[in-house]
Design a protein. Structure first.
Length: 436
């Protein structure tokens, strides 16, 4: 992933230095376990910890000849440890190291992403409560539907990201397994005790049954969850982009002093951050199909999954980390315009109360079909009325409609246009969403 969309803490997890550090820990812990079993001398296990070092440039140089990264690493390790290095990697296969390392890296990446989600949830909750009673228009098909509050709109995203946090916790557990079981997973040349020991030391769970590798359905589930979270990021980003359109302008990304919106048009204030988030979400989701295809490998293992994971594991986690952090900043600094929301709410001259009129007519004895016809026929006249003439026009049309007046008097019609009827259960919804 390019530096522009990367944050150091997540990038470091996927660095060569961190990878080889984990490789060494796995090998050294395995030697400790072997020593406890009496397979290798205890002094040798101690020396491996004391002398164990590596040089990344040397490993890269050795790999040019070996064409095998683990062997290159072990060869370089031997240069520092000396004779006792012969006890390293006994009974193990390369995937024991590679797959267990990937588990640890994904664990660490998950912890950063979980913290990102906590910060995002905190930001959304704060803004949602702040605008709990800020009236705005709800839209379906991008067309005015009925009134809601902006706090309720944000609360729906809070609930979604709360679900995403639970999903990621489950995904973290799913990939937190260790496999040190040998060439085809039979423990033919290494005692299962070693796997149990290393798992405990590295906060992993022994894989229930491995082949030469940890089963890739685990990883497919993990990357699928990242894709779902990315889609949630895009949903919120897209909402902000729509609400920032000039014709709507109910919210707006913060525009800092000195910021420029266009090289050609100095007046522009574009939703560049949320547009960027839309693109980043696409990148994260692009890892899902390859991860799913990695599940199907030949027999006990082939390496068709390896090149895929070397790319999607860092790229997907780094990108999602950046996206969640950026989205949190967008929400924290989002400019919200309640006055514009009110103006937009009034653009259709009261049509947003049509369902309330429909229900009132049926409760007074009109059939649903005839009530619908009365409500809709008057509503269509409002659509045809110039916007500057629409103020309260729908209410007036209903009052003047003799068919409507057979069921509702003027005072009853007037009462139906009270906004408060839409918000009587806001507290109930907030309690559901934000109760701990």
């Amino acid at each position: 992933m390019i530096e522009r969309y990367s944050r150091k803490q997540m990038v470091d997890i996927w660095s060569q230095q961190e990878k080889f550090n984990i490789w060494f820990q796995i090998e050294a812990h395995a030697c400790d376990a072997q020593a406890k079993l009496g397979v290798i001398p205890k002094d040798s296990a101690k020396i491996i910890w004391e002398k164990g070092q590596f040089d990344i440039d040397s490993i890269d140089e050795i790999e040019k000849t070996t064409k095998h990264d683990v062997i290159a690493f072990l060869t370089n390790l031997t240069e520092y440890i000396g004779e006792d290095a012969r006890f390293i990697h006994q009974g193990m296969t390369s995937s024991d190291v590679l797959d267990t390392t990937l588990s640890i890296q994904l664990q660490k990446a998950s912890d950063i992403l979980l913290n990102d989600l906590d910060l995002l949830l905190k930001a959304i909750e704060k803004r949602s409560i702040e605008h709990k009673n800020t009236v705005t228009i709800g839209r379906s098909h991008a067309i005015h539907a009925e009134p809601i509050t902006f706090g309720l709109k944000l609360a729906s995203y809070y609930a979604e990201f709360k679900r995403n946090k639970k999903r990621l916790l489950d995904a973290r557990k799913e990939i937190s397994t260790c496999a040190i079981s040998g060439a085809v997973g039979t423990f033919a040349h290494i005692d299962p005790y070693v796997e149990n020991y290393v798992s405990q030391k590295l906060d992993l769970i022994p894989e229930e049954i491995s082949t030469q590798i940890i089963p890739r359905d685990r990883h497919a589930m993990f990357f699928s969850i990242l894709g779902v979270i990315a889609s949630s990021v895009e949903r919120l980003a897209t909402e902000i982009r729509h609400l920032q359109r000039t014709e709507v302008r109910e919210v707006e990304e913060f525009f800092s002093q000195g910021q420029k919106g266009s090289s050609a048009m100095p007046h522009k204030r574009n939703p560049v951050l949320t547009e960027n988030l839309t693109g980043l979400a696409r990148l994260v989701r692009s890892s899902v199909i390859p991860a799913l295809e990695n599940v199907t490998l030949w027999h006990e293992r082939d390496i068709s999954h390896s090149s895929v994971e070397r790319m999607i594991a860092p790229d997907a986690t780094i990108t999602l980390d950046f996206a969640l952090h950026r989205l949190t900043n967008v929400i924290e600094n989002l400019l919200i315009y309640p006055n514009t929301m009110q103006l937009n709410l009034e653009k259709l001259g009261g049509l947003v109360h049509s369902q309330q009129v429909l229900l009132a007519l049926t409760q007074k004895g009109a059939s649903r079909e005839s009530a619908y016809e009365m409500v809709q026929s008057n509503a269509m006249k409002v659509w045809e009325t110039p916007e500057h003439e629409r103020k309260n026009v729908y209410k007036k049309l209903l009052i003047d409609d003799q068919n409507v007046r057979k069921f509702l008097d003027e005072a009853e019609i007037e009462k139906l246009f009270n906004l408060e009827q839409h918000f009587v259960h806001v507290d109930t919804i907030f309690q559901r969403v934000f109760s701990k």
